[in-house]
Design a binder for this molecule. Structure first.
Ligand SMILES: Cc1cc2nc3c(=O)[nH]c(=O)nc-3n(C[C@H](O)[C@H](O)[C@H](O)COP(=O)(O)OP(=O)(O)OC[C@H]3O[C@@H](n4cnc5c(N)ncnc54)[C@H](O)[C@@H]3O)c2cc1C
Length: 440
């Protein structure tokens, strides 16, 4: 039999290889990737930039764990897929047949079409090579401009601040990450950044990057201001890498459209992770998640289907624990408002499900940096954001994903003077034991 071929050495590709190997101990599995660093944690790049994590800490699998999977790893770039011939072609001219193929090519940072964007010192944050470049530039830079909303822009801001670079942060809109956070939450993050010395420029867009001898010298804004800097970082959203699928004629929207089985519109070709736009039977929509855990789960399910075990991908409630301006933040379920003018499409660490406008009432409590927002539906909790103290993060994740019936506490949650954390924790304790009894 021809080998299983996986394009992409990210978390989706590795998870697919693990699933195939579980069921076919002897099958040939080829993993092709164009990144010299192979498989590592992309979310970890933020901690590498702030110097909290050494480079070795980014690699979740040791060589021994990878060798256990008995993969044939090919370093190269796939440039063409011939679906009829079941064959892929690499940039170096080599080609290879496949039995079943997975496209797990991820996404790359969206480009801004600005004069000067190709100057030395203009950076993005897609991969480890980019993070190393930022770290190197930060050694000599005095000031930087960061453009874009979302998690990645903030991670670059924090990395630069930690490395002693005076940082200007451009937001096109009025506040930070407006499609996911509410105003109070955005302001908490912004104040913390300002306390760190970050200068936030609201309603500000770059019109040009000025250079001298090929290097960045300043950014000119649309209002005509000139900000001297040696680094310009751009993080305005991501684009799924769909080129292979487009030239093959697969069904592609913003990502590669796949069924619940992660199957593309061509036989024997699957797609998973950041590149895939996955059918969700619950809503009838195709969604993009640019999150680590959904990418891993999708990769695994794609691998099972490739191995001949028909398996449906059931989307978990999108859940992410991240750190925003030093503040641990958990985002669960639907919490957002749909649009964000700072981002072109979706950002890294973002889920389209967060942005679907829920038919919900909001209850909120906050003091200092401990902030809680829950979205309350007719009978269940639809989403939540927990900032700071994380005691409620697990209980809320449990109750939101199990669609717990909150009728007994709904009125209390809506009552303005209620102690939300206490009500939720009490109810969770009760609900958990009833739920466990029902499940057993
Ligand atoms: C800075 C940063 C911060 C993030 N923060 C978070 C976070 O807080 N929480 C969270 O859940 N997620 C976060 N993410 C997102 C998360 O890392 C991604 O969702 C996940 O890595 C996607 O995995 P993937 O396997 O689909 O794609 P990727 O990890 O992008 O892997 C795809 C691989 O395929 C390779 N490739 C592409 N085209 C070809 C080709 N033609 N031939 C050969 N190889 C090819 C690419 O070079 C790449 O190595 C973050 C990502 C970044 C970069």
């Amino acid at each position: 039999m021809e080998p299983y071929v996986i394009i992409g050495t990210g978390v989706a590709g590795i998870a697919a290889a693990q699933a195939i190997r579980q069921h076919h101990p002897q099958a040939a599995i080829v993993l092709i990737g164009d990144e010299p660093d192979g498989y590592y944690s992309r979310p970890g790049l933020a901690y590498y930039l702030t110097r909290e994590l050494p480079e070795q800490g980014l690699f979740p699998l040791r060589d021994r764990a990878l060798s256990y999977l008995k993969l044939q790893i090919v370093h190269g770039r796939v440039v063409r897929i011939d679906a009829a011939g079941h064959r892929i072609e690499l940039a170096d001219g080599k080609s290879m047949k496949y039995h079943r193929l997975l496209i797990a090519t991820g996404a790359s940072a969206a480009r801004l079409d600005l004069p000067g964007v190709d100057l030395q010192g203009v950076v993005k944050l897609d991969n480890l090579a980019d993070a190393r470049r930022i770290a190197k530039l930060a050694r000599k830079a005095r000031s930087a401009v960061v453009i874009g909303g979302g998690i990645t822009a903030l991670e670059i801001v924090e990395g630069l601040v930690a490395r002693g670079v005076k940082t200007h942060y451009f937001l096109r809109g009025d506040r930070y990450w407006a499609n996911v956070l509410d105003e109070q939450e955005s302001r908490i993050i912004e104040h913390r950044l300002q306390e760190e010395g970050v200068q936030i420029h609201y309603r500000t867009e770059a019109s040009q990057i000025e250079g001298k001898r090929g290097r960045v010298q300043a950014v000119i804004t649309k209002d005509g201001a000139r900000i001297k800097c040696q680094i310009v970082a751009i993080a305005v959203g991501i684009r799924p890498r769909t080129q292979l699928a487009v030239s093959l004629g697969l069904n592609v929207d913003r990502g590669i459209l796949v069924s619940e089985n992660l199957q593309t519109s061509a036989p024997d070709i699957f797609a998973a992770g950041d590149v895939a736009q996955v059918f969700d039977p619950a809503t009838g929509r195709y969604n993009i998640d640019s999150l680590w855990d959904p990418a891993r789960q999708q990769g695994f399910i794609a691998g099972l289907n490739m191995a001949g075990l028909p398996t449906v991908y059931r989307k978990d409630m999108p859940f992410n624990v991240t750190r925003l301006a030093g503040l641990t933040t958990t985002i669960i379920g639907t919490v957002g408002r749909g649009v964000d003018e700072d981002l072109m499409g979706i950002a890294r660490g973002d889920s389209e499900t967060w942005r679907q406008l829920p038919d919900a009432i909001v209850a909120q409590r906050g003091f200092d940096v401990n902030q809680l927002r829950i979205l309350i539906g007719e009978k269940r909790l639809l989403g939540a954001i927990v900032m700071g103290d994380q005691t409620l993060s697990k209980p809320l994740q449990d109750m939101i994903s199990a669609k717990a019936n909150i009728a007994p506490i709904r009125n209390a949650l809506l009552y303005a003077q209620s102690d939300l954390p206490e009500i939720l924790l009490d109810f969770w304790g009760q609900w958990r034991s009833e739920y466990a009894t029902q499940q057993s």
